[in-house]
Design a protein around this ligand. Structure first.
Ligand code: AMP
Length: 278
């Protein structure tokens, strides 16, 4: 596995490969990331992982400074999962002095996480578009854990005619159902126990839906009740069209049930798709 530190090194490495799967990450890697890398390695001759804590997707009061940085362990995980290259740019390389250009996907980036994290998706789409231009991958791999991010990036790839296949991979969970996340390491043992309620609340909605309940006026309160009992602050609990993110009265099409909540000071997200794509 090659460690690539500069854009020039990535371009030189890329020119020697026919088919590249790309897995962008912010590091602090876990089994969720490993599943993306393994999937890419099984579908592409070469797999490139980027490790870059992207400052432009963090708000002023968010956890950029304390975001976990574990590069040595990350490199070992990448190699074990089948990566053949890892790109570790620094901030100045991605955002040099004078940087002024942004990629914005209208509307989709203002809802759900975008409503509570203004500017977050503008940072995500911009850095991912830049990484796509730098790495020119055949396929790019993202997790369903960040459902809104995957939807927005798919829109960006279509709208900007970016020539790659975007692959969305299933959520990898801890044994108690908690979606794996780099932020889970912030949770103390008591918070860690309560954090499992996000999955429990989503499972309750899935159960009601399976039993025939379609009205979101019944489904949403079931979701909120479980969350309110366990989390310290609910950010949102929404039942929306899986393609437009518009709120729904009835689950009569592919539907995204998405939640975000603070347990202690850690913000956690999770989701499930109901309907045709379930
Ligand atoms: P991050 O490092 O948090 O920016 O995540 C990098 C990629 O890994 C994103 O596409 C995430 O959606 C994906 N990812 C993170 N956690 C998980 C998980 N538990 N299961 C599947 N994919 C994940």
């Amino acid at each position: 596995m090659k460690t690539l530190r500069t854009i020039e090194e990535v371009r030189a490495w890329r020119s020697g490969e026919n088919e590249v799967g790309f897995v962008p990450t912010m590091g602090a890697l876990h089994e969720g990331h490993a599943s993306l890398i393994r999937r890419s390695a099984s579908e592409n001759a070469a797999t490139l992982v980027s490790v870059f804590v992207n400052p432009t997707q963090f708000g002023p009061n968010e956890d950029l400074a304390k975001y976990p940085r574990t590069l040595d362990a990350d490199l070992a995980l990448c190699e074990a999962a089948g990566a053949t290259g890892v790109f570790t740019p620094d901030k100045e390389m991605i955002y040099p002095p004078g940087f002024r250009s942004w990629v914005i996907v209208d509307e989709l980036g203002d809802r759900l996480c975008g409503a509570s994290r203004p500017g977050h998706f503008k940072g995500v789409t911009t850095v991912v578009a830049k990484l796509f231009n730098i790495t020119n991958p055949t396929r790019a791999y993202f997790g369903q854990k960040d459902a809104q991010q995957a939807l927005i990036l798919r829109r960006m790839v279509i709208d900007l005619n970016i020539p790659l296949e975007l692959v969305v991979c299933p959520i990898v969970r801890e044994p108690d159902g908690l979606a794996m996340s780099s932020r889970n390491r912030y949770l103390n043992p008591e918070e860690r126990k309560r954090a499992a309620c996000l999955r429990k609340a989503l499972a309750e909605v899935e159960k009601l839906h399976k039993a025939g309940t379609r009205k979101t006026s019944i489904l949403r309160p079931a979701l909120v009740t479980i969350l309110d009992d366990h989390v310290d602050k609910l950010d949102y609990a929404e039942i929306v069209d899986a393609d437009t993110l518009e709120p729904l009265d009835e689950v009569d099409r592919p539907t995204l049930v998405a939640v975000a909540a603070f347990v202690g000071s850690t913000r956690l997200i999770d989701n499930v798709i109901l309907g045709l794509r379930a």
